[in-house]
Design a protein around this ligand. Sequence first.
Ligand code: GRF
Length: 197
Amino acid sequence: MKRIAVFVSGSGTNLQALLDACAAGVIQGQIVTVVGDNPCFGMERGVKAGTATYLHDRKAYRAADAEGKAQLERALLDHLAAAGVELIVLAGYLSVIPSSLVKAYPERIINIHPALIPNYSGKGWYGDKIHEAVIRNQDRETGITVHYVDEGIDSGRIIEQVIIKVVPTDTVETLRYRVHSNEYPLLTRIVKRLCEA
Ligand code: GRF
């Protein structure tokens, strides 16, 4: 059983898909902790599922000086080490991962991004901003990318991409829904594979 940490900033529906897949035995892994950068609904899902949770508060982190930041990073790393984490999944996590964490888990942190990287990726590209731009630009297709996390933003090695067709009647809502519902099986499949590797 691989020991997994899932990092969230929002609703945590991808986290829920992973919790369900672990509970059903589809993924040979266990989510041992849910880390949030704010007290979001995703963290509540972790509590409900009986996993540990850890708040790595983005407001406190942003306000801290260099020494304070290093201390908060060390505390997070200690938490992950104590939980025996082997794989980190960023599932709607909006804070940048500090290099201390990337170095501690080389090629063991993955992220799901709701676009076909390199399109709509990097600083400032997330969630509805992406879907709005796809519609504004009348793109014919959009998609989802799962990739390893390196020290840049959305720049790590790509593991898999799924293409999603955009139709002329699409709105941000329909696109968000279609992207989201394609994310769950994709992320589940990849986490399953990484747990078996
Ligand atoms: C997903 O669209 C994911 O691709 C992006 O953030 C969103 C998270 O949604 N990184 P949820 O919190 O899993 O519902």
